[in-house]
Design a protein around this ligand. Sequence first.
Ligand code: LLP
Length: 399
Amino acid sequence: MLINLAEVYGTPLYVYDGDLIVKRYKELFDFIKWSNLRIYYAMKANYNIAILRLLKEHDAYLDTVSPAEVKLALKLEYSPDHLLFTANNLTEEEMEEVQATGVLFNIGSLSRLRKYAKKYPNSKVCLRFNPDVVAGAHEKIQTGGNLTKFGILMQDVPKVKAIVKEFGLKVIGLHEHTGSGIKNTDKVFQSMKNLLSIAKKEDFPDLKFVDFGGGFKVPYNPTEQRIDYLKFGKGITQIFSAFCEEYGKELYMCFEPGKYIVAESGYLIVQVNTLKNNRGRLIAGTNSGFPQLIRPMFYNAYHHVLNLSNPYGDPKRYDLCGNICETGDRFAEDREIPELREGDYLAIQNAGAYCYSMGGIYNLRSMPSEILIADGKPKLVRKRMSNEELVDYIIDVSE
Ligand code: LLP
């Protein structure tokens, strides 16, 4: 199927398995048994509109982080009350633009809280706290502790209360997000407990929900073991149900997974076009590059590579490179792959989350087309720009 799509649509090409996206989304409800569970898909992971539409069919909520994300979601007819807006370091104009849509703000600094409260007294808000737990697959994607720009410190609850009181705000939600790709589930439990320890009825009497962010890890390397999500889900429910009992009300429990829902669904199909032997170091060049999938270069992330055209070839070790004028432009280093031949199609796996969405047109190469397979049927869901269109776009935006 993947080779066939590569031949029909050309490469590089993003392909997503829509059935797997739906499966991953739905299974969260099996793992986390809580009748008032809401899953806010973190649309920054992949905002392809076909994926957003697919999840909407299943009544997903969305975690949004920019005015345009909010506008895109609303245009796709997500209702404003299905969105949470978690932005950081907003401008005043952005705050006004989003506030006008009626979407709930998740505010992560005392400074923004004060500005928001002054402008919109008596409104409802959600507050983002720093959970004081450091976890995540790479230091760039850890969002708790002293080194992060995110969230209000838990010790600042008295300051929060003063602002809330002065402007008559109604805090209906509390939020934390610890990091992305969290391996150690105990860290998630700890973050939950930390946030819940400040969610006291006397301090926050109007709570409707608590949102514990995203971060659910999926295996990227086939040798990695999958987290036991059933067990994890039980732990989560236990903590939350004990809290609700103490709080005296069954609140909504929210999560905001991005990677968990879409990472495994995606493949970037590339084609080998140049082989080189640097005194024994095998260098394989492909027709894509880091602007189209930056995670290996940016986070040292492992993405498994399949040789679709020669799956049973003798394994050899390669540096798998792209077509960009930078030495660091590698998808994999010294990686064992079944023998590569010029013309072979490769599938870079786990390319559904933070791959296309973090992409760009560096070196003036257009982002690839995207295909979504749903109910076994592939559909072109975004077309790459031709070189002429790309040039016109550059001229358009600069004139
Ligand atoms: N909620 C908030 C407030 C977030 O900041 C994020 C991710 C999520 C939810 C979703 O996290 P997830 O479930 O996808 O781990 N580009 C990086 C990941 C950055 C995540 C940023 N925030 C990567 O490719 O690994």
